[in-house]
Write a protein that binds this ligand. Sequence first.
Ligand SMILES: Nc1nc2c(c(=O)[nH]1)N[C@H]1C(S)=C(S)[C@@H](COP(=O)(O)OP(=O)(O)OC[C@H]3O[C@@H](n4cnc5c(N)ncnc54)[C@H](O)[C@@H]3O)O[C@H]1N2
Ligand code: MOO
Length: 352
Amino acid sequence: MTDETANKQALSESGAGSTILKEVPVEQAVGLRLAHDLTQIVPGTFKGRLFKKGHVITEEDLPRLLDIGKAHIYIMELGEGELHEDEAALRMALALQGEGTVLTEPHEGKVGLKSELLGIARVDPEYVAAVNALGEVALATVKTNVVVKPGQQLAATRAIPLVVPASKVEEVERLAREYRERSGGSGPVAVQPFSRFRVGLLTTGGEVYTGRIVDKFGPVVRAKLEAFGSEVAEQRYVPDDKEKIVEEIASMRQAGYDMILVTGGMSVDPDDRTPGAIKAAGADIVSYGTPMLPGSMLLMGYLDGVPIMGLPGCVMHDPYTSFDVLLPRILAGDRIVKEDITTLGYGGLHNC
Ligand SMILES: Nc1nc2c(c(=O)[nH]1)N[C@H]1C(S)=C(S)[C@@H](COP(=O)(O)OP(=O)(O)OC[C@H]3O[C@@H](n4cnc5c(N)ncnc54)[C@H](O)[C@@H]3O)O[C@H]1N2
Ligand code: MOO
């Protein structure tokens, strides 16, 4: 066993790199500084950092190092134009960090971005792909437009080898600058808060109107809106009568609500009057029908710019439907267009 060897695998693939890693047997390492974090994994019990990069090894550390299989450790002399994994991960995270996020401490060559607030993740998929095409550096994110809570992780940067060329990190920074120029300043990974909407809820169905059955839509829609900080300002009930539904929609429009939701009567029965009534009320229909199950009978439209939706029966009982995809986007200020609907089909089958 050699005392001193440069381990090329641990170093950058692409750079001619002059970083030197000295491999030192642990028995001779007392008083030396670790070149990287050391991880311990005890399946089912613990995975985490046992020693931090820069830790000065003491006599007492030796049995613990041997316990995690470290007979040798690396001591590093960083070369020109090369970055240690932690610094690379931190610089990338700082470059791409957008509003509504906070960074975690560099840890084992990784930096996380967490949400500071309840909101919608805004991630540019093209930026993520461009970073990952560089090689040796990695960026993993949640999908754009998903709802994130305070403290929830939405992205992580990582250096793959222990040392990466500074030029790759500079490219990540350049791409982020370009993104910011295009998009008015915010970084490619951000969280946007929801606006507070006051919503008018119109519940159709003779069986509910006459009191034959108890309304189950109201509580569900109320809970979904309140989870995002919005509210049902008023709920009204109408029978399956197209003229009456049209009248109530017009009256709710007059009342100035930020959104109008009409429940029930969305499918193919003779008493299903809702889609026709929303159209007759003068709404521009973005789509009646979505390629997502459950939620395929949903209608999305705009009445004088105010979002109006027809909600099918499944919204009452299925926890995740096309309504749960579109609602957070609307509350974050997005105007839903046809393409937002047609792209729901891929990955859009959810236990229905
Ligand atoms: N032949 C077809 N049948 C159905 C289709 C289809 O494409 N072809 N689509 C199915 C899908 S998907 C759904 S979702 C439902 C859509 O239902 P609707 O929105 O038309 O709902 P209704 O017919 O008005 O009611 C269905 C069911 O739910 C009860 N309901 C309605 N509103 C309330 C309320 N506020 N509180 C409690 N219960 C309510 C209603 O009494 C019915 O029992 O259509 C499928 N069928
Ligand atoms: O609108 Mo229906 O979900 O597909 O149950």
